[in-house]
Ligand binder design. Structure first.
Ligand code: HEC
Length: 248
């Protein structure tokens, strides 16, 4: 079975969570009060985000369940009061919990705050002040939005030729470029190759001459890499590099 990166990340997080719970009786002193700081980002409906890419979103009904359970089984305290409460709290008391939100998305006000108020649960919200009152998406979201766009149709015959070389040669057996018929998942997705600063995970600066060298003989730059050398006719190779250079 092959796991996507998000699925694998979730599986690792879940395993780490269970390991922490199972080992806690041995690694933490039972006579010490304990606290947990929960870090949320987004509380948004699933049609707003792509759950395959965005694994830090919690849908509003799930968030409401979290808060209801915390209000019943834990003592939710304001973040600023946590150190004093930890010192004052004795063994056997309900676990202390702080709820925090990073980034200050508008859905903190729309979706999270009503639930928190209903249960009288305090929370700290860390706001990115440079984005207050801005209609622009946050820098990371802008980047993620761009990454989800398919490759643009080649604008010139030369770059169109480059794309045709890519689709007709072995490249499409391993790589995907969304918006084309290349959809293989054996190697990095090249849809936004030109927006990366390096090639092959930092091996070479992403420049046309390095791209050409990489395609010709990747083993020379990364011994053992699972990409074969390609001896393409020179004009095809140049057109291919030109098209790859347009994949912003
Ligand atoms: C047998 C599979 C395979 C084929 C065929 C193949 N590649 Fe690759 N390619 C890879 C792998 C694996 C990597 C990842 C190298 C690494 O970073 O370790 C890679 C990396 C790359 C990179 C760097 C990507 C990045 O994110 O930095 C480019 C560009 C690239 N290949 C272009 C091509 C082109 C163009 C062709 C066709 C002429 C091609 N590849 C054919 C497997 C393949």
């Amino acid at each position: 079975m092959s796991l996507g990166p998000i699925t694998a990340k979730r599986a690792i997080k879940r395993a780490a969570g269970w390991a922490a719970v199972l080992t806690s009786p041995w690694v933490s002193r039972p006579d010490r009060p304990r606290a947990c700081i929960l870090m949320y980002h987004r509380v948004a409906a699933l049609d707003f985000v792509d759950p395959r890419l965005d694994d830090w979103n919690v849908p509003p009904p799930v968030f409401a369940e979290h808060v209801a359970a915390l209000a019943e089984f834990a003592e939710c305290v304001p973040l600023a009061q946590l150190p004093a409460r930890l010192r004052a709290s004795g063994p056997g008391e309900r676990p202390l919990v702080c709820i925090t939100f990073d980034d200050g998305y508008a859905n903190f006000v729309d979706a999270a705050l009503p639930v928190l108020s209903r249960h009288r649960v305090p929370a700290a919200c860390f706001v990115v002040t440079s984005c207050v009152a801005s209609e622009e998406p946050m820098p990371f979201d802008r980047w993620a939005q761009r990454q989800r766009q398919p490759a643009a149709e080649p604008a010139a015959p030369y770059t169109k030729r480059g794309r045709d070389v890519f689709l007709a040669s072995t490249c499409a057996m391993c790589h995907a470029v969304s918006g084309t018929t290349a959809s293989a998942r054996k190697a990095p997705d090249l849809t936004h190759l030109a927006s990366r600063s390096t090639l092959a995970a930092g091996t070479l600066p992403n420049k046309p001459e390095n791209l050409a060298r990489w395609i010709e003989d990747p083993q020379r730059y990364k011994p053992g890499v699972n990409m074969p050398p390609h001896a393409l006719p020179q004009q095809d190779a140049q057109a291919l590099v030109a098209w790859l250079g347009t994949l912003q």
